[in-house]
Design a protein. Structure first.
Ligand SMILES: *Cc1c(COP(=O)(O)O)cnc(C)c1O
Length: 430
């Protein structure tokens, strides 16, 4: 499979090169030259296929011959070694729980897949690769965990000071080894801008091979297709058409779901649920795409004012607004509405949603009002415990700390403070 840049100014390249570069030299996102099709029998017999088989068959056309079959099978089975259950919550609304991985958020699968691909590729590279990544909350921990100890790879994580939760900060600042955390005096958008500038800075790129582990990297983005396929496998016997509601920030996860749909998976509709950062809901209403500065919310991993992957979603539907509208709805919800939904669902059903999942729930509920015969699935993208302060403000009961989080609480946070791009440059040149 070859990849091209959506900015159209860079040469086409292989999966390997797209993963190592992260972003094309013209700053465009890489996109596959063709969208492969899975055989109808794959979907007809999906309940008889193992997790590894489903994942391997979905991802292998995108990887091509960059990784041999046995190695790729090993990678997907290691990456998917925990559960992704679909759990009924409220009438015809179920949730797909994506938080059973090591850092308790859905980014574990993409981060671990990318780390293993890069680990495989760096075996025959002379130069060390530096993974430079901005996080609004959960990416940092997932990337740190996925890349910890991978030979030939250094990881530098930028996170906005005071805007990630305590557990999120601990997950990315306590590992040491090949992982360095930079605390940025600014917002997530500032972190993301600094990362983008570093990629364009030839002083830095002349010295270090940089790559990105944000969902702009195809090896982070594409494996997220697995979630949707595994949800389809679990619910197919119910014989209902599926609606997926995805709590969205940078729009990588939902974009992967849409890609799974394009591979041939039957899906009735997608809902992109956002917090107050409502660039996409506004776009779906007006057809005008206007990036805005991000605003801080209680679903902080979705505080994104200019979602990187939205351009890929438009591309998947041939940049045709009406066609896109046939597959995607989008709505935005306030923090108050999110808290209310968390309290209401917990009281009526006993199910505890985290703030991100709750935004997904709200988007789904709204859509399902007019589509009661469908099966709605919202993605629970993080374990509620990651947002302890929010949980404590909504619920009057304590949420037990999982074991791996308990040990985190005793570890020393280590980070370097930076305030500007110049500081980042000094660090990367040093
Ligand atoms: C990253 C994240 C999101 C947003 O996912 P995107 O792929 O950026 O849209 C939603 N929820 C949680 C908990 C996250 O960590």
């Amino acid at each position: 499979m070859q990849y091209y840049s959506l900015n159209g100014q860079s040469p086409n390249t292989s999966f390997k090169d797209a993963v190592i570069r992260g972003i094309a030299p013209d700053r465009g996102l890489y996109f596959p030259m063709e969208i492969p099709q899975l055989e109808p029998e794959f979907f007809e017999n999906i309940e008889t296929l193992s997790t590894e088989e489903i994942a391997y068959r979905a991802i292998s056309p995108f990887v091509g011959d960059a990784i041999p079959e046995a190695e790729l099978r090993k990678i997907v089975s290691e990456v998917l070694d925990f559960d992704f259950p679909v759990v009924p919550v409220d009438g015809n609304l179920s949730t797909l729980e994506l938080f059973h991985g090591p850092t308790l958020a859905f980014k574990d699968v993409g981060a671990r897949f990318m780390a293993r691909c890069l680990g495989y590729f760096s075996k025959d590279q002379d130069q060390e690769v530096t993974v430079l990544v901005a996080t609004s909350g959960d990416t940092g921990g997932a990337v740190a965990n996925g890349f910890l100890g991978v030979p030939g790879v250094k990881v530098v994580i930028l996170y906005p000071s005071g805007k990630v939760s305590d557990i999120q900060e601990r997950q990315l600042t306590t590992l040491g080894q090949n992982i360095t955390a930079l605390e940025v005096n600014g917002t997530f958008d500032d972190c993301q801008d600094m990362v983008k500038s570093a990629f364009l800075d030839t002083d830095i790129t002349g010295k270090r091979q940089l790559t990105s582990a944000n969902s702009i990297n195809v090896a982070r983005w594409l494996p997220q297709m697995f979630y949707f396929l595994l949800a389809y496998k679990q619910t197919k016997a119910l014989g209902k058409e599926l609606v997926f509601s995805v709590p969205s920030g940078n729009f990588g996860n939902i974009c992967a779901g849409m890609m799974a749909h394009r591979l041939g998976m039957p899906v009735h509709h997608f809902v992109a649920a956002t917090n107050a950062n409502q660039v996409v809901p506004d776009f779906m209403a007006t057809g005008q795409y206007e990036p805005k500065p991000s605003v801080a919310t209680i679903s902080n991993a979705m505080d994104v004012g200019d979602p990187s992957n939205f351009i890929r979603i438009r591309k998947i539907y041939g940049n045709d607004f009406d066609r896109l509208k046939g597959h995607l709805s989008s709505s935005s919800f306030s923090d108050d509405a999110t808290r209310e939904a968390m309290a209401d669902v917990q009281k009526r059903t006993g199910y505890t949603m985290d703030p991100h999942g709750a935004v997904g729930y709200l988007g789904l509920k709204k859509y399902m009002e007019d589509h009661p015969d469908k099966l709605g699935i919202f993605l629970e993208t993080a374990h509620p415990i990651k947002f302890l302060d929010v949980m404590e403000s909504v619920f009057d009961f304590e949420i037990a700390l999982p074991e791996n989080i308990k040990t985190l609480m005793d570890k020393q946070k280590e980070f370097i403070k930076i305030a500007s791009y110049a500081d980042l440059k000094v660090f990367l040149m040093g």
